[in-house]
Every structure is written in C-alpha cells, then in structure tokens.
Design a protein around this ligand. Structure first.
Ligand code: DCP
Ligand code: CA
Ligand code: CA
Length: 362
C-alpha cells in the first residue's frame, strides 16, 4: 500500500490567535513582540500577520526595525502570551490525535500525521479528509492552517510550506520529483544557511541540481550522513517513521511559595492558579485522571509526597481542588512549614476515546 503522510502547520500562528481574540486586528498589520524589557522597544518580533509581512516584518527581526518598516500604518504591537498559544496548540493536537492514530507533533503549531490506513493509500481520499480537518479546526478554533500530503515526511513538510495561508497541497508519489525539482535546496528540512551556502558554492541551487549531483562528490563535500539524506530527499524519498509520542501519562505543576508556610489555606491559595492551569490542560486534551498527588518541599529541601487514588476517573475541578486540600492538610500537619508545593495528576485516560469505546460496546 502507498504511504500517505500529512503535515499540518498553522498560519501565522501567534498573530492569528491574537486576531481570533480581537477581530479588529485582522484589518491591521499586527506584530507579536518578545519584549526584552531593557528599553521600551528592545526585543524581537515573534511573528506577524500577513498584512505586516507585506512591509517586510518577519519573525526574528528587532521590534525597532519592525516599527520603522510599519511607520505611518496603524500597526498594532502585542506582547507574546505563550500559555495562551500553548492552550490552542494543545486543543488542536488533541483534535488531531482523536482523528488520526499516528500523530507526531513537530513544533508548537505543526504536526505530521499518518493517513495511510485511513485512506488505504488513496490520495483523493487523503485530499478530502485533510480538507475536512481544515474545516474542523476553522470551525472549532477559528484558525486557518496549511496542509501538505505526500509519500513521506520530507515531501509533506515541503508541501505544507509551499502554499500559505490556508493551503492544501497534495503531492502524489509519481509527482514528487517534479514537485520538488524547481524549489531551492533550502526548502528541504535540515538545510539551514550553512549547508545551503556550501551547496551553492558547489553550483547546487535547485533541488533538481541536488538530485542529479554525483553521490560520491556530495559525500566529499558535506559528509556521508547528510549527503545520503539529501540525495534521497531531493529525489522525493524518505523512510523516516513518525515519532509517536506516548500518551500523556501525568501532568504536574510546582510553585515556590512567597514565604515558607505551614498554613494549608495560604498554600492552597498560592497553588490555585496552577490547579486551574492544570485543569485547563486536562480539559483541552480531554483527559481524566484517577490519582492526585501533592508534593511538599521543606525549607531543608527534603521532598515529601502524599497521594490519593479515586474510585473513578474524573476531570472535575472540584474533586481536584478538594483532594489537593485534603492531602495538603495532612502533609502540613505531618511536616510543618513548606518552601515549595506541587500537584500532580496521573493514571490518565482519554475521555473521548473512552466515550466512543463505551458507545461501541453499548
Ligand atoms: N516563532 C517565534 N520566533 C521565531 C519563529 C517562530 O516566536 N523566530 C513562533 C511564532 C510563530 C510560531 O512560532 O507564530 C510558529 O512558527 P512558524 O515558523 O510556523 O511561523 P508562523 O506560524 O508565524 O507563520 P507561517 O504562516 O509562515 O507558518
Ligand atoms: Ca506556522
Ligand atoms: Ca511551524
């Protein structure tokens, strides 16, 4: 059966999320900034929407340069909010994992997914399925993404990058070479500025020129390992399997208390934001837990834990909060003052998978 691999990459990810949360930004150049805090404008651009990119604003350039390029426009500058973007990312990855058995998250806004068994090697089916996924993500999160489909990771990754934003590029195996050949070599994953410079110095600019370059000569220039990979990649070949992560088996948070404390109510109030954050992670990934543990670190840095296993798995915030409170109360009664406190949930299961299983059985 033909292998069918997809690669999904969200469009101008951080900036698009800012647009979703504040639609008035859509019509304006919007720049997401990592302020370093030294002076008002010091720091770099994390990313920008396509309106801002028209003015040459890109990830990694100084904020001051972006401001110069956008002078005279009504550009908006927003500070990065990593936890917010991570929550979107988690939900989208969760959606992908429910949809496909094999998903390899390869960055905060991208993932490979295996379509082979779902499509039985049929590329037309893959096109329909991926278009459906794009629709789902748009409907649920309001975000557009670009997807590439191909016979392997290299081709699908290059394909997702070849049409943006909101692209869907399906490259059938027989078309892989003609799709790749006109592109510059630095489109191949792993070819950075350094390798690309060496290749250029040897007259290799397009993927085609790399594909037909004598293998032995290429090895002499860049070493055997890279040469073998690049030569295959340029010919549309790559056997790399998806790196499948094991399911989330536990989630934890730990804080340092503002001052050493032996008061459970005080400790619990400082732990509350971590509890909320952890609970958000659970719900965004549709996870239930059965075991709650708390961890206390004393001023002498000794570490102690207490845990409780529930009769049934749950994702109820109140259960989480109450268990934490009970465990913390006994821990502090036994130990006295704490310097740091943490919470961990484990024995996880996927609520939706469980649901569909019981539906199936029922
Ligand atoms: N990012 C960053 N600094 C960089 C590159 C990226 O902070 N130098 C962050 C912001 C991006 C996110 O990572 O939104 C994803 O990076 P991508 O390279 O996928 O870029 P975008 O999603 O922003 O744009 P594109 O539409 O080109 O994918
Ligand atoms: Ca992206
Ligand atoms: Ca990306």
């Amino acid at each position: 059966m033909l292998r069918v691999i997809g690669h999904l990459d969200l469009d101008y990810f951080f900036a698009q999320i800012e647009e979703v949360e504040n639609p008035s930004l859509k019509s304006l150049p919007t720049v997401v900034c990592v302020y370093s805090g030294r002076t008002e404008d010091s720091g770099v651009v994390s990313t920008a929407n396509y309106k801002a990119r028209e003015f040459g604003v890109r990830s990694g350039i100084p904020i001051s340069l972006a401001k110069r390029r956008l002078k005279g426009t009504e550009a908006v500058y927003v500070p990065v909010d990593q936890p917010k973007y991570a929550a979107y990312s988690d939900r989208i990855m969760g959606l992908m994992r429910r949809e496909f058995d094999e998903v390899e998250q390869s960055g905060i806004d991208e993932a490979f997914f295996n379509l082979t068994s779902r499509t039985q090697g049929d590329y037309a089916k893959a096109a329909a399925l991926t278009s459906q996924i794009k629709g789902q993500i748009l409907k649920v999160e309001g975000l557009t993404c670009s997807i590439g489909v191909g016979p392997n990771k290299v081709v699908s990754k290059i394909a997702s990058d070849s049409k943006k934003p909101d692209g869907l590029t399906v490259v059938e195996p027989t078309r892989a070479r003609s799709f790749l050949f006109p592109l510059p070599v630095d489109k191949i994953p792993g070819v950075g500025p350094k390798t690309s410079k060496i290749l250029r110095e040897n007259g290799i600019q397009s993927i085609q020129s790399l594909a037909v370059f004598p293998s032995q000569k290429l090895e002499d220039i860049i070493g055997k390992k890279l040469a073998v990979y690049l030569h295959k990649a340029a010919n549309g070949q790559d056997d790399e399997p998806l790196a499948i992560e094991t399911e989330t088996s536990q989630l934890s948070r730990i804080i340092t208390l503002k001052a050493d404390s032996g008061n459970p109510t005080e400790i619990l109030s400082q732990l509350a934001p971590s509890l909320k954050d952890l609970h958000e992670r659970l719900t965004s990934q549709n996870l239930f837990f059965r075991t709650v543990a708390i961890l206390g670190i004393r001023p002498d840095l000794s570490i102690h834990t207490r845990s409780r296993t529930l009769e049934v798995p749950t994702n109820d915030y109140l259960v989480l909060w109450r268990s934490t409170k009970d465990l913390l109360t006994t821990l502090v009664a036994d130990l006295g003052e704490l310097r740091r406190a943490g919470i961990r949930v484990s024995d996880m299961m996927d609520a939706l998978k469980q649901q569909s299983l019981s539906e199936f059985l029922g």
